[in-house]
Each structure stands twice: as C-alpha cells, then as structure tokens.
Write a protein that binds this ligand. Structure first.
Ligand code: ADP
Ligand code: MG
Ligand code: MG
Length: 206
C-alpha cells in the first residue's frame, strides 16, 4: 500500500463520517456534548481538502498531514486523540506498507491514543473498538490469513467492541461526568473507530 491507496482509505473514512454524522452526534448528545459527528466531519472535510490541494507522496507524509489537520481543526477530546494517533502512525510508517506494516502502523496509532488520553479498555472510549481491532488484525495475520480477511476480522472486532461499550459506565472523557447515566448508550468515539475500520476493509481489503 502506497500513499495513494492509503489516501483512498482516509477519504472513505471521511465519507462514512459525513454519512453518519447525525448518528455520531446523537450518540454524543446522549452521553456527551453532542458534537462528535460535527467535530469529526469538520476535521475530515479539512483533511480531504488538504489531500486534494497537495497529494502526499509517502504514507508517512499522508499520516502526518492527517494528524496535523485533525489537531488544528478539531477542538475537544476526539480530534486531538485521532490526530495524535495519525502522528504516531506517521512515525511508524515505512515507504510502502504490507499487511504486517499496516498492522504495526495501526498499533502505533493505538499507542498514541493511550499515551495522550490515559484510558484503558473498559473505560467506554474509542479504545474499546480500537484495541480489539488491532488485536484481531495481528492475530489474523499471525495465523496466516490474507490481508483482506484480516481486515474483515479487525472491522468485525471493532463492531463487537463498540457494541460492548453500551452497558459500560464511562470512566474517561465527558461521558464520565454522567456516572451511571452513561450506561445504555454506545460510545461515540468507539463508533467512529468502527467507520475507520470499515473504510479500511472496503478500500485496502478490496
Ligand atoms: P469532546 O468529548 O471533547 O466533545 P468528541 O465528542 O469529539 O470530544 O469525542 C468524544 C470521544 O472521545 C468519546 O466518545 C471517547 O471515545 C473519546 N475520548 C474521550 N476521552 C478519551 C480518552 N481519555 N481516551 C480515549 N478516548 C477518549
Ligand atoms: Mg463531544
Ligand atoms: Mg466537545
């Protein structure tokens, strides 16, 4: 996978976020401040504009541009957390990514989210979808699965992780201010992570 293929992934992520903007915002209205859909859409619209203006030539340059754009255009928690993930991905990316290289990059992004947000699985955050996705990707590749099949597993694991946030009580982010009342709704950030993985499956795994 080169910068062009990876750009197609992130453009598809932007498209899915735009398509699901109202759903993401409704989830964030239930347990946060109702801006996750508009935040992510604003940031990713700026990302697509930046990619159109000057297509990056390497995966690393692409991820850096995405990370910097998200950090500069999106306030709140979600944008900077995603932005940090992409900056870490930039640092971990080789000039062309094979399946294991992509898995390494995604894990570096996950480590960035942990470093910045200090959350753990079970805290009802984006990590509850991202951690199982990265683990599923690694274990499928280690078991000899094809890259498309591994991406399918990762996307399915993200979906299950997101579903599993529904009964959780939030321990990080704004939703934690609600205490027990945060239970009963899926986490918005975990939901946007499922879109990131679904976009990977349909573009990089096609
Ligand atoms: P804000 O909460 O500042 O309005 P968003 O609504 O864009 O920002 O993003 C909220 C999402 O950010 C949450 O649903 C959660 O998934 C994620 N999040 C919040 N705090 C953390 C954290 N410390 N670590 C990981 N993810 C977090
Ligand atoms: Mg919010
Ligand atoms: Mg906010």
């Amino acid at each position: 996978m080169d910068a062009k293929a990876l750009s197609a992934w992130l453009r598809e992520f932007a498209r899915l976020v735009a398509e699901n903007k109202d759903d993401l915002t409704a989830l964030d209205s239930a347990i946060g401040d109702g801006d996750h859909g508009t935040n992510m859409d604003r940031g990713l619209t700026a990302v697509v504009a930046a990619l159109d203006a000057e297509p990056p030539e390497t995966p690393s340059a692409l991820f850096k541009k995405v990370g910097m754009t998200l950090i500069s255009k999106v306030g709140g928690a979600g944008g900077p957390l995603y932005g940090t993930a992409f900056l870490r991905m930039a640092a971990a990316a080789d000039s062309v990514l094979d399946g294991p290289g992509f898995a390494k990059v995604l894990r570096a992004g996950l480590d960035g989210v942990v470093a910045r947000g200090k959350a753990a699985p079970g805290d009802k955050t984006m990590l509850d979808a991202l951690v199982p996705a990265v683990e599923a990707l690694d274990s499928a590749l280690a078991a000899g699965a094809s890259f498309p099949a591994a991406l399918r597993d990762a996307a399915a694991a993200a979906d299950r992780g997101r579903e599993a946030t529904i009964p959780l009580v939030a321990r990080k982010g704004r939703a934690s201010y609600l205490g027990e009342r945060s239970a009963g709704h899926a986490d918005p950030g975990a939901t946007s992570v499922t879109l990131l993985l679904r976009a990977a499956e349909s573009t990089l795994g096609a």
